[in-house]
Design a binder for this molecule. Structure first.
Ligand code: 13P
Ligand code: SF4
Length: 337
């Protein structure tokens, strides 16, 4: 047993039910192994309020801990082992830019904003104030329909691929979609679009391409391919399935023994699945890429945090941001309950 693991287990024993460690599926194996709960973004957000624990250590990128801080009960405290673990996609939507775009195009039509949970609390607050909501990769279709039912157009942000792939699932014509330039958009340029897509992307999934899908199909005849919907539309369409990280885990679980499965998502998760099914199913990477920010959280940092938890500052969000951001998140939790 490593030194850090020992330190974490000691503190877990001392703190007992007062402590819960939550980890996203992209965390590395040593962090996942000490977690009490693992999940995709939606599952982790849903857990917060119902946890008995008052000390919650959130192992994931910053927007995840921030969402937990927005949804927590007043008696709970949220901690992150590494506040510098950001999400480059979330950083692609600045709250002032989102507010400006909504002002620019909202003068002539009712535009409902829908933000992917991979966004800052400030962006969620702007969206909540404008009557919009949040989605995750697990409920994007439900939430895009929710938003379309409430206005003339939807502004989806920050991930253009998730927005585009979800519009494909709902059968929205391509002629009614527009990838916007936030600096130059006007009511005139946006007037025919029912879905306005922010030009953000995830650096891990954005690089997947059709050439690789075709090459793998040739190399492994009969293989099946599943990808995360942050991947480009051509890749999602060429795959056999797509869905959230929890969906991808279930998809591997449900595949028959002897299958060859190609999984297009972050490498720590694919490696874990490959190890879990070794000798029974062959699980391969569509393309091997790590989320460098998720990997900033290490067992050493978890151990340091736990040993100093009484002195560590808990994550919090300013009240004027928290209230509208929580409204946006609660609209999602209610629509998908
Ligand atoms: P999930 O909601 O599918 O866990 O995805 C979060 C994420 O950041 C994927 O890159
Ligand atoms: Fe953000 Fe991509 Fe990392 Fe997910 S994998 S946290 S979207 S950078």
């Amino acid at each position: 047993m490593t030194h850090s693991l020992n330190r974490i287990l000691n503190k877990k024993e001392q703190l007992g039910d007062r402590l819960a460690i939550l980890a996203h599926h992209y965390q590395t194996d040593p962090v996942v192994e000490v977690a009490d709960i693992t999940g995709d973004s939606l599952e982790l957000a849903r857990h917060i309020e119902h946890l008995e624990a008052e000390l919650i250590v959130f192992c994931g990128v910053y927007f995840m801990a921030e969402s937990a801080a927005i949804l927590r009960r007043p008696d709970q405290q949220i901690f992150t082992p590494e506040p510098e673990a950001s999400c480059p996609m979330a950083d692609m939507a600045d709250p002032d830019d989102v507010r400006n775009v909504l002002q620019a195009i909202g003068s002539t039509r009712r535009v409902v904003p829908l933000t992917y949970v991979n966004s800052s609390a400030e962006v969620k607050a702007v969206v909540g104030e404008a009557g919009g909501s949040v989605c995750t990769s697990a409920n994007a279709s439900t939430m895009l329909r929710w938003a379309m039912d409430r206005g003339d157009a939807v502004l989806f942000l920050p991930d253009r691929h998730l927005g585009w792939n979800t519009a494909d699932k709902l059968g929205l014509p391509e002629s009614e979609r527009l990838i916007i330039d936030p600096d130059t958009i006007t009511p005139e340029t946006a007037k025919n679009a029912r879905l306005l897509l922010w030009p953000g992307h995830c650096p891990v999934h954005d690089v997947y391409d059709m050439g690789r899908v075709e090459q793998l199909r040739r190399e492994y005849p009969g293989c099946r391919i599943a990808v995360h919907p942050e991947s480009p539309a051509s890749v999602v369409q060429a795959a056999d399935a797509d869905g959230s990280t929890s969906f991808l885990i279930r998809w591997c679980e449900e595949a028959p023994e002897g299958s060859t499965l190609i999984v297009g998502t972050e490498a720590s998760l694919v490696n874990r699945l490959a190890k879990r099914y070794e000798g029974r199913k062959t699980i391969l990477h569509l393309d091997m890429g790590w989320c460098e920010d998720m990997r900033k959280i290490t067992p050493e940092k978890v151990a340091d945090l736990l040993e100093n938890i009484a002195q560590e500052p808990a994550e919090d969000v300013a009240e004027h941001v928290k209230f509208p951001a929580r409204t946006a998140l609660e609209r999602m939790l209610q629509a998908c309950s």
